[in-house]
Ligand binder design. Structure first.
Ligand code: HEM
Length: 522
């Protein structure tokens, strides 16, 4: 896609999985065996995230087109079929990645893609655009004491035939296990001091997304409590695995690659099962070149300062072996009249802290450049190479360059929030708006904050508009200063808070998008 795009934040979280500018999600499941928040013994975050996604999706009905992956699970956690604290600990973790452009349902989907990949499983294509439900869905999650006919009917309603049901259950039950505290009718005598929840794993490689769930079932060494458990009534995996005479499980057991690729396809369909009114995006893949937190601000001496980073991603051998410090990354801009000039460029410097990606190699390069305020900037291109010998790759964001406006700018150094010691914090935002383009007909900020939802641990994000007031002049005769103070709202510690600064001049809209929440205290 073209930058800036509606799913920039999700693309960041998808692409960067560690180090500088870490997207943050993979840290919650690294390594695959790790427990939620790193300290809950007998728990496995990766498995919990996969179970959350299935239980959220299992409200889908092919008959009504309602339900599916829509984060309605937040309103359903007190149901017996969703027993366990895993649902809420997962949603609490995911909350930190919700934003104006990343719904909770998209974060749930992305969490599965990253967790499965990080556990050695398939690469599942990621699409965004899910919309969060504001209420619960039907009580249609399958339970282990139900018979095969009920399970077959449940999966059919969710859109999966018998072969696909066997596959989906095997792909789900290749990591994690069953906890005695929640399923005492399925697991007994498993609670010990190091295993306080009495976790019994489905197979002998609970922290590897592999076909052992099938090999052990076929060769008679299965330990799956839902297949060979002491209570025949809750052996739903046994009934499901054998539903086609074990043909599917035998094929999985024979070939780990076949298992992995089948799971990739089935889990992709599971994650993309959404209400029929939801239109998912195209597949999101790492952008090869992407600006990161790139800002333009007005300095105290009246010139413009461009600061931030350029991210370079590649999945080739060359990308893997490149040395960031020896890479050349050059940013060339056009002025506000769309003119180039040989002096309009800056070289980006490799960030010393490395970054990692599950999908290839990713590196960041820092930009810090002065731009003459009179000539300004309208867009830029990046010329770069993995080493200093080869010819440069020209990245122009699909043809017209990376758009970069110099009209409505945040003054981060003047903006602040009232001290946290005071209740009901107020944020004050200062901005400068260019005044040599005609009268400003409208100036405002759109501020996105969190609202508690009755019945769900997950917050809802709402955007409020606050008009900017004209204050007076600035450090440059080309810009006027504006500001606004507004109540920051509750729960600013959950979810990604961002705001846009918008100015309308001569019928055209100029916006500085997705500025991070102001945290400097007044
Ligand atoms: C008939 C269908 C299913 C039944 C009856 C069922 C039942 C169960 C039960 C009783 C547990 C134990 C939960 C706990 O103790 O925390 C469990 C765990 C799990 N299930 Fe299923 N399940 C089914 C289908 C699926 C599917 C389709 C998936 C995903 C594709 C899935 C993914 C998981 C995962 C990953 C765990 C491990 C959770 C953990 O370790 O915390 N399940 N399932």
């Amino acid at each position: 896609y073209i930058w800036p795009g509606p799913y920039d934040l999700l693309e960041d979280a998808y692409t960067v999985s560690g180090g500088f500018a870490d997207g943050g999600i993979v840290a919650g499941v690294q390594p695959c065996s790790v427990s939620p928040f790193g300290f809950l013994p007998g728990r496995q975050a990766a498995a919990e995230w996969l179970r959350v996604a299935y239980h959220d999706m299992a409200t889908y009905s092919t008959e009504t087109g309602l339900g599916g992956l829509d984060a309605s699970i937040g309103f359903e956690t007190d149901r017996a079929q969703n027993i366990g604290t895993a649902m809420n600990t997962s949603l609490l973790f995911f909350g930190a990645f919700q934003s104006k452009t990343s719904s909770m349902a998209d974060v749930i989907a992305l969490s599965v893609i990253l967790a499965v990949k990080n556990c050695g499983g398939p690469s599942i294509p990621f699409r965004a655009g899910r919309i969060d439900a504001e209420t619960s869905g039907p009580e249609t999650v399958p339970e282990p004491q139900q018979d095969l006919a009920s399970h077959t009917a449940s999966f059919a309603l969710q859109g999966f035939n018998v072969t696909e049901m066997i596959g989906l259950v095997a792909c789900g039950h290749t990591i994690g296990g069953v906890h005695q505290v929640d399923f005492p009718e399925t697991v007994q005598n498993a609670i010990t001091p190091p295993n306080p929840e009495g976790m019994v794993h489905f197979d002998n490689s609970f922290d590897s997304f592999d076909n052992h769930i099938a090999t052990q079932w076929i060769d008679g060494t299965s330990t799956d409590p839902l297949a060979v458990g002491f209570n025949g009534t809750t052996n739903s995996d046994a009934r499901i695995f054998a539903a086609d005479g074990n043909a599917t499980m035998r094929a999985f057991a024979r070939d780990n690659e076949y298992f992995t690729s089948q799971c990739g396809g089935l889990l992709e369909r599971m994650l993309n099962t959404v209400p029929s009114t939801v239109q998912l995006s195209e597949v999101i893949e790492p952008l090869p070149v992407k600006p990161h937190q790139l800002m333009l601000s007005l300095s105290s001496n009246g010139s413009l300062v461009m600061s931030g980073y350029i991210r370079i991603f590649g999945d080739s051998d060359e990308a893997a072996s490149a040395n960031a410090a020896a890479m050349l990354v050059k940013l060339s801009w056009k002025d506000r009249n769309d003119q180039s000039n040989t002096s309009y460029f800056t070289s980006a410097v490799a960030v010393s802290e490395p970054s990692s990606s599950l999908w290839g190699s990713v590196r960041f390069f820092q930009i810090n450049s002065l731009i003459d305020a009179q000539s300004g900037i309208s867009s830029f291109v990046i010329d770069w190479a993995f080493n200093n010998q080869e010819t440069l790759t020209h990245s122009d964001n699909g043809g017209s360059g990376f758009p970069f406006q110099d009209v409505a700018l945040l003054q981060a150094d003047k903006s602040c929030i009232t001290p946290s010691s005071r209740p009901n914090p107020t944020t004050t935002v200062f901005a400068v708006i260019r005044m040599d383009m005609g009268p400003v007909s409208s100036a405002y900020i759109d501020y996105t904050s969190n609202v508690i939802q009755q019945g769900s641990i997950a917050v809802k994000q709402v955007t409020s508009r606050f008009p900017l007031a004209h204050v007076g002049n600035s450090s440059s005769p080309l810009y006027d200063t504006y500001n606004v103070s507004f109540p920051t709202g509750e729960n600013t510690n959950i979810g990604v808070i961002t705001f846009d600064i918008v100015a309308v001049i001569a019928g055209k809209t100029y916006a500085s998008l997705n500025n991070p929440a102001i945290i400097t205290e007044c």
